[in-house]
Structures are given as structure tokens and as C-alpha cells.
Design a protein around this ligand. Structure first.
Ligand code: OAD
Length: 265
């Protein structure tokens, strides 16, 4: 089974199902591609609309927030607005169904939408935070200091509300470029990958570390890697099976293949 060429999908689905059957330690790693069919653009897709002229990497930084908190706050409010109209797609539902079949499955996500949890996934490790949550930008009560923005008066001038404890501005509870990932989440993800039998990687370019280093860590510890991505990514060379298809169709098809009896060799 080699992913160097795009196997026909049936062959790859059969190979992936064979790897999953009987797997005791299944770990899943998702990226923006799993939410693409919910209408949420991926990071490397061209930004469209109002924010097309801004590079997210320029806005999602502590320096940008210090320089122009109003602009960064508006950028995140616009993303939250878009998220409120998004629903989990078939990929999210299939991953929740997979968790029901594999009682020890852990799902590590780089995404900041909460579509996995809305679809019913319960064992989720969130590496990059949560878009719809906020915290005090000074973490005045400890790291993180969660704050409910809905309970605070919204300043007239569009700046972020003030922390009710210390008066500092509140900020979205997401990891910005140049910031460390939440230590407990990264440790849990690393430990899961170090003991995974199979790592199912869905919808990530594998470009942004340290999350992008998890598949190589799992592979080095003996895990077999299945990738679902319509395009080749930095993960593809590590994959034993590459399902080159959108997650919204590949994951339900993989579940259906798991339902079929193991075909005779
Ligand atoms: P990217 O935008 O880098 O990659 C998305 C991947 O999803 C690409 O490889 C696409 O080919 C693939 N894709 C697109 N549509 C898909 C579909 N329907 N099904 C499956 N895959 C599909 O997004 P990420 O890899 O998630 O970091 O980016 C990683 C991190 O970079 C993000 O978490 C963010 C960003 O900077 C932070 O916010 C800290």
C-alpha cells in the first residue's frame, strides 16, 4: 500500500478499513479541510470578501492586537459571525460516529471552530483554542482567564470590551502566530500520537508546527498513517494510505466500508 500514486478510491478505502479494523488505539488529527464543506474557508485558500486584503497571519498576532485592537477584534467578530451560520458537515458527523465505534479514540484538532463538538465528538484535544471563547488579554486571574464577552458592555468605538477583573482588553481565546500552544493540550496530543496504532489525518496541509510534527512523531513510534485530503500535503509522504477525496465523502465511505465484512484476502 503506497500513497505515492493516487490509488483508486475503492482500493484505498479497503486498505484504510483493514488498518482500522481491530485498532485499539486510534488517533485522529484534523485541520481546516474538515470544515471546508461547512462553508468555512481553509487558511491557505484565498481569503475573500471584506477581509480579502488582510493576511490572517498579519492580524492573528499579539503585535497586531497591541497595535490596533479594534481591527483585530472586528476580524474575529466577522469570523465568529460566519461560524454562527456554519453547521457540522458529513465529515464531522462521521468522526463522531467513529468515536462511538472506537471507545478509546482521541480527536486532535487544529481548528478553532467547535463543529466537532457540535457534531457529537466528546474526546477532543483543541491545539489552537476556541474562536467563540474569549479571555483577559492579561490573563489576570491565571492562564487562561476566561471571560464571557456577552456579559460585558460593547464599547461604542468597536474596541474589545474590558476585562471585568482588571480592565485590560479581552481577546479571542485562540493561539496567535508567535504564541505557544496550550501546554496541556500539546502534551496530551503528543502522548496520544506516541502510542497510536493508527493516526487518521484529515484536511491539513501539515505546514504549521508543532501540530504538523505530530504525524512524524506517531509514525516514528510505529503508527500507520491514513490521510484524507483531496490534494497532496506535507503529510502524504508519511501516509500508508492516502484517500485523495474530500472528507465529507471519504469519511462516510470509510464508515460504510468498516460495516462490510472483511473481504477474503
Ligand atoms: P490549511 O489551509 O493549511 O490546509 C487545509 C488542507 O485541507 C489543505 O491541505 C487542503 O488540501 C485540504 N482540504 C481542502 N478541502 C478539503 C476537504 N473538503 N476535505 C479534506 N481536506 C480538504 O489548514 P490547516 O492545515 O488546518 O493555525 O492549517 C494549520 C494551521 O495553520 C491552522 O490551525 C492555523 C493556520 O495558521 C492557527 O490558527 C494557530
Amino acid at each position: 500500500m503506497s500513497p505515492s500514486s493516487r490509488h483508486d478510491t475503492q482500493t484505498s478505502l479497503r486498505d484504510a478499513a483493514r488498518l482500522l479494523r481491530g485498532c485499539q488505539r486510534l488517533v485522529v488529527l484534523t485541520g481546516a479541510g474538515v470544515s471546508r464543506e461547512s462553508g468555512i474557508p481553509t487558511f491557505r485558500e484565498a481569503q475573500t470578501g471584506l477581509w480579502a486584503r488582510y493576511d490572517p497571519a498579519q492580524l492573528a498576532t499579539p503585535a497586531a492586537f497591541a497595535r490596533d485592537p479594534r481591527l483585530v477584534w472586528a476580524f474575529y467578530q466577522a469570523r465568529r459571525e460566519k461560524l454562527h451560520s456554519a453547521q457540522p458537515n458529513a465529515a464531522h458527523h462521521a468522526l463522531a460516529a467513529l468515536e462511538a465505534r472506537f471507545p478509546h479514540m482521541l480527536l486532535i484538532t487544529q481548528n478553532v471552530d467547535s463543529l466537532h463538538e457540535i457534531a457529537g465528538s466528546t474526546r477532543v484535544i483543541r491545539l489552537h483554542g476556541t474562536l467563540d471563547a474569549d479571555r483577559c488579554s492579561a490573563d489576570c486571574q491565571g492562564s487562561p482567564t476566561p471571560v464571557d464577552r456577552h456579559a460585558l458592555p460593547a464599547p461604542e468605538d468597536g474596541r474589545p470590551p474590558a476585562c471585568p477583573h482588571c480592565g485590560a482588553l479581552i481577546r479571542p481565546d485562540v493561539v496567535w502566530f508567535g504564541e505557544a500552544l496550550p501546554a496541556a493540550a500539546l502534551r496530551a496530543a503528543s502522548e496520544a500520537c506516541a502510542s497510536a496504532e493508527v493516526l487518521l489525518v484529515v484536511g491539513t496541509s501539515g505546514l504549521v508546527y508543532p501540530a504538523a510534527g505530530l504525524p512524524a512523531q506517531a509514525r516514528a513510534a510505529g503508527a500507520r498513517i491514513i490521510e484524507i485530503n483531496p490534494e497532496r500535503s506535507d503529510i502524504t509522504p508519511l501516509a500508508l494510505v492516502w484517500l485523495s477525496a474530500p472528507a465529507g465523502s471519504a469519511l462516510p465511505a470509510l464508515l460504510r466500508m468498516l460495516d462490510q465484512a472483511e473481504p477474503s484476502p
